[in-house]
Design a protein around this ligand. Structure first.
Ligand SMILES: Nc1ncnc2c1ncn2[C@@H]1O[C@H](COP(=O)(O)OP(=O)(O)OP(=O)(O)O)[C@@H](O)[C@H]1O
Ligand SMILES: [Mg+2]
Length: 301
């Protein structure tokens, strides 16, 4: 199937006005009328609302961007801004309502299998056979992609070692491992099959500082030595600043900025001192940090 379609050698990902609506139950009328206060009206004052009323909400709203081959591209945004939905659209787990995306020139709607062979997704909801060991899970995952035999075993050992997974855990059932360790196995599984576009949804969330460093170093190594292109979401602005070549900021499903971390910092700087990427994030999304006394923390820069 792949042989029939020439791959685009330079554009790893082209996302073109992609849009996804979810039909969410309407909040009760009294909540909509009262807005943010959300205080329950007195008994007997509740207006009647038809059960099951739904309204479409755009979780990903006309988003367009491109990722060049070999880039580490960060997607930043507050909780619920649409990052995971965007990744699920690109990895063909969800169907877009509008727009399209191409992975190395292959349209996600036209050739799902072709796209699946070029990508690998890691997310916090990674599914495993919980009774099986990391090694068994990895080899099963590799087999699905046609990687079998000693080659798969050697690569599995290599990657698990590289990610700092202790050898004593290789044969333990997955269900006995901590969440952070399971997260590493999920990452190892994505790397095992050497896809050329990795979609990493918060790969370092829940990892200890040492493990975060191992994972970041491995991501950079994959880009530099294995011709991988990486799309990563993270809530860690320092991480994004350090490893991402470019970032996109999304808010309420809409793309509000793209550029190198440096460009974004310069875009909001009105003095000599360059702000941090966290300042940029707060500036663009309006998400204000609140300190312990409930006071708003001023932006630096
Ligand atoms: N399957 C679904 N059905 C209905 N609504 C959904 C579904 N998945 C996500 N949503 C909604 O879409 C919006 C975007 O969710 P999404 O998980 O993409 O956000 P996110 O940016 O990944 O957030 P987080 O940083 O918390 O992981 C949210 O309002 C969420 O409630
Ligand atoms: Mg998410």
């Amino acid at each position: 199937m792949l042989a029939k379609r020439p791959l685009d050698p330079q554009q790893a990902l082209v996302v073109d006005v992609i849009t996804k609506y979810f039909h969410l139950p309407k909040p009760p009328l009294w909540k909509r009328l009262l807005g943010a206060k959300e205080t329950l009206p007195a008994p007997g004052m509740l207006p009647t609302v038809k059960n099951g009323a739904k309204e479409p909400v755009a979780a990903v709203d006309h988003v367009s961007f491109t990722v060049a081959r070999g880039e580490i591209f960060g997607v930043l945004g507050p909780n619920g801004s649409g990052k995971s939905t965007l990744i699920r659209l690109i990895s063909t787990l969800l169907k877009a309502d509008k727009g399209s995306a191409k992975v190395f020139g292959i349209d996600i709607a036209e050739d799902e299998m072709g796209v699946k062979q070029l990508i690998s997704r890691v997310s916090v909801d990674a599914a495993f056979f919980k009774k099986l060991s990391p090694m068994e899970n990895l080899l099963y995952g590799a087999r699905l992609y046609g990687v079998t035999g000693p080659q798969a075993t050697v690569r599995a050992y290599e990657i698990m070692g590289r990610l700092g997974l202790k050898r004593s855990t290789y044969a333990e059932p997955m269900e006995e491992m901590s969440r952070g360790m399971q997260q590493k196995v999920a990452i190892a599984r994505a790397f095992l099959t050497s896809p050329i576009l990795l979609l990493l949804d918060e790969p370092t969330t829940g990892l200890d500082p040492r493990s975060k460093r191992d994972v970041r170093a491995f991501i950079e190594e994959l880009r530099d030595s294995h011709d991988a292109t990486i799309l990563i979401t993270t809530h860690d602005m320092e991480e994004a600043d350090v490893i991402c070549d470019r970032v996109a900021v999304i808010h309420n499903g809409k793309l509000v900025a793209t550029g190198t971390p440096e460009e974004l910092k310069r875009s909001i700087s009105n003095s000599g001192k360059l702000p941090t990427l966290e300042d940029v994030f707060i500036h663009l999304t309006g998400e204000q940090l609140i300190d312990v006394d409930g006071a708003k923390v001023p932006l630096s820069g």
